[in-house]
Design a protein around this ligand. Structure first.
Ligand code: NAP
Length: 277
């Protein structure tokens, strides 16, 4: 039986087992997808022993994505271009790594806001943590002409702007409202608006009526930011589709079937979120 897992610390909150478990059942595959709670001091050994432990691959979440990148013998251009890995697989005993977050982010945007990528588009990205890296990579790959990166700690935004190059420039957090002037897309990659966290405080007045507002958060599904945008009549994109789509390439590599993201799967995760797990 093929086994994969999600490696994180902590990992109890992860909904990946629910997603992959659903697909295993739906496609009648005899396999397993497990949680692996691995503390930072054990991650090196865990990754070294992934194959001998009987796993065909793994997803990797916080705080191990950079270590996973370094541990893999073969890293693809996508993971290199993001600077972190979230998907690992063994091929002839060799550990391979990629990152599917940018793919998941773009698929979700394409599904829920078709036509979002306009020529000469200007995107505003809030936050400069791990998730922002994937969003920036995705937007650059789609040819977004200008990306204004706004983060509470400006030095982190400066660092990312340096890593990704010219179309990305860093702005002060206090200027987040003005940064929206002429923007065609706003993406929140901060944790502000997550259940239990304060809401993101931003004035959306400067956003044109045609702009799209996207939030990576999916608990709650409609964050205060998305509600504010909807009430202004803007198109909104929640974070759940990104979570579902980023899981697709890993499942295909481990179990040999490209799974579908369906309304049924979305409902399963929504029910789980509503249950407050
Ligand atoms: P992270 O690396 O910890 O980054 C957190 C970001 O939030 C940083 O930019 C941080 O700013 C900012 N932030 C935190 N508290 C703030 C505050 N009080 N005021 C202003 N900014 C604040 O986290 P991450 O891994 O990038 O994840 C970010 C969010 O994306 C999380 O909500 C996560 O659930 C979500 N996410 C969703 C998906 C999906 O599939 N939908 C995938 C990945 C992540 P500083 O740099 O100043 O600390």
């Amino acid at each position: 039986m093929k086994r994969a897992c999600i490696i994180g610390w902590p990992v109890a909150h992860s909904r990946s087992p629910l997603i992959h478990g659903h697909w295993l059942a739906r496609y009648g595959i005899e396999g397993a997808y497990e949680r692996a709670a691995v503390p930072p001091e054990e991650i090196g050994a865990f990754l070294r022993d992934l194959g001998p432990s009987g796993f065909v691959g793994a997803n990797v979440t916080v705080p191990h994505k950079e270590v996973a990148l370094a541990a893999a013998a073969h890293v693809d251009d996508v993971a290199c271009g993001i600077g972190a890995a979230n998907t690992l697989w063994l091929q002839d005993g060799v550990l391979h790594a990629t990152n599917t977050d940018a793919y998941g982010f773009l698929r979700n945007l394409d599904d829920l806001a078709p036509g979002w990528a306009v020529p000469d588009g200007v995107a505003v990205v809030l936050g400069a943590g791990g998730a922002a890296r994937s969003v920036l990579r995705g937007l650059l790959d789609r040819g977004v002409a200008e990306i204004r990166l706004v983060n509470r700690t400006k030095a982190r935004a400066d660092e990312l702007a340096g890593f990704f190059g010219r179309p990305v420039h860093a702005l002060e957090w206090i200027n987040r409202g003005q940064a929206l002037n002429n923007a065609t897309l706003l993406v929140n990659t901060t944790t502000l608006g997550m259940k239990g966290d304060p809401a993101l405080d931003i004035d959306l007045d400067a956003l044109p009526a045609s702009a799209v507002v996207s939030d990576l958060i999916y608990v709650p599904l409609e964050t205060p930011l998305l509600r504010q945008a909807r009430q202004r009549g803007l198109r909104t994109v929640d974070g759940l589709g990104m979570l579902l789509h980023q899981a697709v390439p890993g499942f295909e590599k481990w179990f040999g079937v490209r799974p579908e993201v369906t309304a049924e799967l979305r409902d399963i995760i929504l029910r789980d979120i509503a249950g407050g797990v």
